[in-house]
Design a protein around this ligand. Structure first.
Ligand SMILES: Nc1nc2c(c(=O)[nH]1)N[C@H]1C(S)=C(S)[C@@H](COP(=O)(O)O)O[C@H]1N2
Ligand SMILES: [Mo]
Length: 327
């Protein structure tokens, strides 16, 4: 079982998921290639990347598959690296560039399907960002986590961190950035990680399918500890970086009451750890739930609100938990 021990997840406890195993990339011979629609294609070693503008960023993320009832695929910490923007500026992005594809060193054979035919093809793990996101100040080419070089599981020696986006955007063992004009429709971009949902538009259900990008507004209660006549309700909230208005806790049919956010987790893209003190809990069974609200007026949805979402990814529903208080 995974537990939250503080604002920053220790590197050996950071959750890890990947699709083609963990490649071993030798940091001394490692090169990051920048190819495609750039004026100066680049091949950069780790030392060259380290010599470029160094940035630190606190960011948490969860796997888009993180869901009730386990919720273990979420972590937080401080990343060090060079802004993607700095590297792309050096390469000189051409005007017609629209799509930036990030390939990991991990590969595997896939049955690529087309109209009932399948071709066994060796594929790289690949994900893309649109131009405006790739050229924004946020994405980081990270080589360290909490002050230590990335571990093999974390994508050593280099990974992309797209703060505010679901984990799948954070391509590990980053080997190549390919800049192109057309959409990238690789498996991990267009098929495996997508959301299928019905939306009522003018009273009619319209089916929408889109890829997994920004994290949805979410909170959940991780643990309740009783000290005498008090229960300490502790949990975590995460979203795309939009400021939160409140994180609230509701007990049984009571009102929503504000929880306190741990000041060590105030950074824009950090997860927010919250605490709520529940005084004099009565013996018996209770239902506890949390919700987050952001400054745009968005409220974390209930499971009912999400009933037209057919794919399990992006489970940001409010997560009621039951608790027994003994006298
Ligand atoms: N190269 C590569 N990068 C990858 C993946 C992968 O399979 N290969 N998995 C992605 C997914 S789905 C998630 S949730 C995160 C997990 O990052 P972590 O292992 O550091 O927690 O890595 C992402 N980056
Ligand atoms: Mo994931």
């Amino acid at each position: 079982m995974r537990k939250i021990s503080g604002p920053f997840t220790p590197p050996d406890q950071f959750f890890t998921t990947q699709h083609y195993g963990h490649p071993v990339v030798d940091p001394t011979s490692f090169r990051l290639k920048i190819s495609g629609l750039v004026s100066r294609p680049l091949s950069l070693g780790l030392d060259e990347l380290r010599a470029m503008r160094r940035t630190e960023l606190v960011a948490g993320f969860e796997c888009s598959g993180n869901r009730r009832p386990i919720q273990g695929l979420i972590s937080n910490g401080r990343w060090t690296g060079v802004p993607l923007q700095t590297v792309l500026d050096r390469a000189g992005v051409k005007r017609e560039a629209r799509e930036f594809v990030f390939f990991g060193a991990d590969r595997g054979e896939e049955q690529v399907e087309f109209r009932g035919q399948t071709f066994p093809l060796e594929q790289q793990f690949g994900r893309s960002l649109p131009r405006e996101k790739a050229l924004s100040a946020d994405p980081l080419l990270a080589y360290a986590f909490n002050g230590e070089p990335l571990t093999r599981h974390q994508g050593s020696p280099l990974r992309l961190i797209v703060p505010g986006w679901y984990g799948v955007a954070n391509v590990k063992w980053l080997a190549q950035v390919h800049v192109q004009e057309e959409d990238y429709l690789g498996k991990w971009q267009a098929r495996w990680y997508r959301r299928v949902e019905g939306e009522l538009i003018d009273g009619e259900l319209v089916w929408k399918e889109r890829s997994i990008t920004r994290m949805q507004l979410k909170s959940f209660i991780a643990r309740v500890t009783r000290v005498g006549n008090r229960c300490h309700v502790f949990g975590v909230a995460l979203n795309d970086g939009t400021s939160l208005e409140a994180i609230e806790v509701k007990i049984d049919d009571g009102p929503w009451r504000p929880a306190t956010v741990d000041p060590a987790t105030r950074d824009k893209y950090s997860w927010k750890l919250f605490n709520y003190v529940w005084e004099n809990p009565a013996p018996g069974e209770h239902a506890l739930v949390s919700r987050a609200r952001d400054i745009t007026g968005k409220i974390q949805p209930t499971a009912k609100d999400l009933e037209n979402k057919k794919t399990f990814l992006e489970d940001n529903a409010q997560f009621p938990r039951t608790l027994m208080i003994t006298s």
